[in-house]
Design a protein around this ligand. Structure first.
Ligand SMILES: O=C(O)CCc1cccc(O)c1
Length: 517
């Protein structure tokens, strides 16, 4: 290791840490990524990412690889204990306003392998496996990170200006900054089962949630020959009771039907305690928490891994801008203010679905039958469950919301095709000025000198329709695709646009799909 101090040290090379490292690498920021294992963690875990997260994968340059290992899904069905349909929430499997299928199923180790292999393209990122962080100390503006080489036992020290704790639910970084997890009051023991088979199960191709106060269950196809089930465990049960296909047969039979047991291969069976938790503090000085270190969600809406990638996307451009001296240090204050309420909303939504699936005993069944078909009219559930969209970010210095209802600031800009390339591939990690007004040459020059890409929203185009939907004609879109401000004139826009020029290190050019060329 030659660089000391590193601008950024990242603890944990799971999906969140690798995403942060890749995004920083695209801006040419040097970072050290430490992980306690040498390879990707082989156990299957997350299985779902939405279309908003596909935009992040495209930005990383791995979307085509993701397509090869994933499978679009039709959405979410709620079933009763007799497998009768209570409610169905369909997802667009072709192309949403973000440019991708709305629900995508996959096996986490496959995705992590893709992310790791892509990371090798960024020379400013050093990945050091077998390195377990054992301590951290503040040292003026720097942080000293102490880690042990797990092969030799030898201890090493590195210093870094910023440290990102992406080290999961049992985060050492979280403990080091004195942050604690706040319980959002959901805890259930579930059995998680992964099975491979070449036999066709002929089920609806989406997520099946069985609402049953005794034996709630989830089923989904996650690959050509891979299936995931989750079953709530009874108080006296453990994973040891379900260690082979024969023992699992009574649970999986509603989906496997006539498929013979010897056609099913058990990949793993494990017990998980599903929890809802949020760290009380996501930052201390120049140390930040991301991913499961900052939040834990029950999996009922498939938003666990995506939350970590959203954290990485939110923080990395701000960090790159501050390190390059083009953004004020206060930009970093917006990370927790923006991400924490968003993460909380998604966790509470997952908790609501989990509770709806399991609560109320047998009388609850009657209630569910009455309520489920009307769920789409419950305001809190509408966005993610019905429309498949996530909430707007809160007001900060980088999300400027006037006191008006229905506004674009804080929401994601759509990602339409512009002359054969997607919006994100044109903008490539910079600020965008989306305008239905024609800027003068001098205005355009000024905006571009400040690092922005000017995108014209031609009359009747997707971007024009989007602006008009909130009575706007111009918008500032941040490098993480979030609208910073939207309004009606370019002069006001210009006064609000931050200068964002990160060295010569603009993200790698990408093709139409957002893949680096
Ligand atoms: O909202 C959707 O379309 C899928 C939600 C989902 C994904 C993965 C697991 C799960 O329990 C729900």
């Amino acid at each position: 290791m030659t660089t000391n101090p590193f601008p950024v040290a990242i603890v944990g090379a799971g999906p969140t840490g690798v995403t942060a490292a890749t995004l920083l690498g695209q801006y040419g920021i040097e970072c050290l990524l430490l992980d306690r294992w040498t390879d990707v963690y082989p156990q299957p875990r997350a299985v779902h990412l939405d279309d908003e997260i596909c935009r992040i994968l495209a930005r990383l340059g791995v979307y085509e690889d993701f397509v090869a290992i994933s499978r679009p899904a039709n959405g979410l069905r709620l079933l009763d204990s007799h497998m009768r349909l209570l409610a169905e929430f369909r997802r667009d499997t072709a192309c949403s306003e973000h440019g991708y299928a709305k629900a995508n199923m996959f096996d986490q180790p496959d995705l992590e392998a893709v992310l790791r292999s892509n990371l090798g393209r960024y020379r400013s990122v050093t990945l050091r496996g077998n390195s377990e962080v054992v301590g951290m100390a503040r040292n003026g503006d720097l942080t000293t990170v102490v880690f042990a080489d797990r092969a030799t036992g030898e201890q090493h020290r590195v210093t870094a200006r910023y440290v990102l704790g992406c080290d999961g639910a049992n985060s050492v970084v979280r403990a080091a900054i004195g942050s604690t997890m706040r319980d959002l009051k959901f805890e259930q023991r579930w059995l998680v089962v992964d099975i491979a088979t070449v036999a066709e199960l002929n089920q609806w191709e989406g997520v099946h949630q069985v609402c049953d106060p005794i034996r709630a269950a989830t089923y989904m196809r996650i690959g050509a020959t891979r299936y995931r089930w989750e079953f709530r465990l009874l108080p006296h049960e453990s994973a040891a009771d379900y260690s082979d296909i024969a023992a699992l047969q009574p649970l999986i039979a509603p989906w496997t039907g006539r498929v013979l047991a010897d056609q099913l291969t058990l990949i793993r069976v494990a017990e998980y305690t599903f929890r809802a938790q949020l760290a009380d503090q996501w930052r201390s000085d120049n140390i930040f928490l991301l991913g499961d270190a900052a939040h834990l969600t029950p999996p009922f809406i498939g938003q666990g891994m995506g939350a970590g990638l959203r954290d990485a996307m939110n923080l990395s451009w701000k960090l790159a801008g501050v390190l390059a001296g083009t953004l004020p240090a206060s930009a970093l204050d917006t990370y927790e203010t923006e991400r924490k309420p968003h993460a909380r909303t998604m966790i509470l939504l997952a908790r609501t679905i989990g509770t709806a699936m399991t609560a109320g005993g047998r009388p609850g069944e009657v209630l569910r039958r009455a309520i489920a078909p009307r769920l789409r009219h419950v305001p809190g559930l509408k966005s993610k469950i019905v429309d498949g969209a996530t909430p707007a970010l809160s007001h900060t210095d980088l999300v400027l919301k006037p006191y008006l209802p229905l506004q674009l600031a804080g929401t994601l800009c759509p990602n339409p095709e512009l002359d054969g390339r997607r919006f994100d591939a044109v903008v490539r990690g910079r600020f965008a000025v989306v305008t239905a007004q024609r800027p003068s040459d001098a205005q355009r020059r000024d905006l571009e000198q400040r690092g922005a890409v000017v995108v014209t929203a031609g009359r009747g185009s997707d971007l024009d329709t989007w602006l008009q939907s909130r009575r706007a004609t111009v918008a500032i879109v941040r490098p993480d695709h979030t609208v910073m401000w939207a309004g009606r004139d370019l002069h006001t826009l210009s006064a609000r646009l931050p200068t964002f020029v990160v060295g010569d290190h603009a993200p790698t050019p990408t093709n139409a799909q957002g893949r680096p060329q």
